[in-house]
Design a protein around this ligand. Structure first.
Ligand SMILES: [Zn+2]
Length: 233
């Protein structure tokens, strides 16, 4: 009995071992099949494992657009700025251009209609006498007048002393086209003697070159002033 039972037991053990071994082989086979399928699937891109890889690839691809869309925004901003800048620059330029006279300072064109017509007649008469009246300074811009005043303040040491020679833009007859500086010396002398015939007079003692339309043509000129003063013209 014992031997038989041992044989039975041995046989049953062998049967169990074989079944366990067979099961293990099956598991290994199935497992290898799964692994093989997985490898083949990866090769063809069909494996489920690759989806997360694909999605992970897509993820940065999706996450890239935000920075791509974020880049256009700063690109648009600088695009707007230069668009605004040129808009501002031309706005400033006309301001500067309007500040500058469109005529030459030594031209008769910037003068007031009255002084201009009178000076033309005087120039023709002087030419007949063999004298050329040359305009050294006619109408000035306010900016130019201010520069001249600033230079005069440095030269004469004070504002009051400077205004005896150069008035502030607000009070300057040159800025209003109502004064003209004449040269050379022979022309100053001719106009000082004959200017009243055309209503043009020398105004200041210290400026033999400075003339304005101060009287009715043919009438005597008013008394000269010693020098210019910053009073309303
Ligand atoms: Zn002058």
């Amino acid at each position: 009995m014992r031997n038989h039972q041992l044989r039975r037991r041995t046989g049953s053990v062998r049967t169990r071992w074989l079944s366990v071994t067979g099961f293990g082989v099956v598991v290994l086979a199935v497992g290898s099949l799964v692994l093989w399928h997985g490898q083949v699937g990866e090769l063809f891109g069909l494996a489920a494992d690759k989806e997360p890889v694909v999605s992970s690839v897509n993820a940065p691809a999706i996450s890239e657009p935000p920075p791509t869309t974020a880049v256009p925004t700063p690109t648009k901003t600088p695009t707007r700025k230069p668009t605004r800048k040129p808009t501002k620059e031309p706005t400033k330029q006309p301001t500067k251009t309007s500040d500058k006279p469109s005529y030459d300072e030594e031209s008769i064109d910037g003068l007031s209609p009255t002084l201009k017509s009178r000076l033309k007649k005087a120039m023709a008469a002087a030419k007949a006498d063999g004298v050329t009246l040359r305009i050294t300074s006619g109408r000035r811009s306010a900016a130019k007048q201010q520069r001249l005043l600033n230079e005069a303040i440095k030269k004469y040491g004070s504002y009051t002393a400077a205004t005896r020679w150069v008035l502030p833009p607000k009070y300057s007859a040159h800025v209003h086209g109502k004064a003209v500086d004449i040269g050379p010396a022979a022309a100053m002398q001719w106009l000082n003697r004959n200017g009243y015939r055309y209503g043009i007079c020398r105004r200041y003692d210290n400026e033999p070159w400075h003339f304005e339309a101060l009287t009715t043509p043919g009438k005597k000129c008013p008394p000269r002033e010693p020098y210019s003063r910053p009073v309303p013209d």
